[in-house]
Design a protein. Structure first.
Length: 183
């Protein structure tokens, strides 16, 4: 294992996931890839996205200039938090996140995914599996951080094989249950 993918949407649990992923990357000398999915209100159209990562006011057509501006915004957000750590990459992602994560892991672009826990909502069920159900059934290692606070970890069975390298605090993690989460 050499590459951690941190998927962020800038929630509190994503901040906890970042802290964990950064600490693990530093201790293990692994690369940290910080990924953010561009926000589009259209399920099937990814060529129109929000113009700002933090305060989406307008929609814009995706252009190289817009992608450059949004990637700079992503870098400027995380750079101060990285300290001296430089083994990091930033990626703006398009498409449906569950499909894209599987593609990235299948192509060995990421060895481990770390994400902030997100509870299921009625909106989730309209278009996606809840994150915990997706993660439990993912055939690649994933860790969800923050279900019960910053030192709370849910891991899937595939991550269990790496448990000794994941630096998870004793008694603070549990295996994800692959049954449906209720709203």
């Amino acid at each position: 294992m050499t590459t951690i993918g941190l998927c962020t949407n800038f929630t509190q649990t994503d901040e906890w996931a970042f802290e964990y992923a950064l600490e693990l990357a530093i201790k293990r000398d692994w690369q940290l890839n910080i990924c953010h999915w561009l926000n589009s209100p259209y399920t099937l159209r990814r060529d129109i996205v929000a113009d700002d990562l933090f305060a989406p006011v307008r929609l814009e057509t995706v252009t190289p200039a817009l992608l450059t501006r949004l990637e700079l915004q992503l870098r400027q957000y995380f750079d101060p938090k990285l300290g001296d750590f430089t083994n990091v990459a930033f990626k703006l992602c398009e498409g449906q996140y569950q499909v894209e994560l599987i593609r990235c892991m299948r192509n060995h672009l990421l060895d481990l995914v770390v994400m902030g826990y997100q509870p299921a909502t009625s909106e989730t069920y309209e278009t996606w599996q809840p994150l915990s159900v997706f993660a439990a059934n993912l055939p690649y290692p994933i860790i969800l951080v923050g279900q019960d606070g910053p030192q709370s970890y849910l891991i899937n069975v595939q991550a269990l094989a790496w448990q000794d390298q994941l630096e998870l605090p004793e008694g603070r993690w549990q295996i994800l249950d692959p049954v449906s989460e209720k709203v």
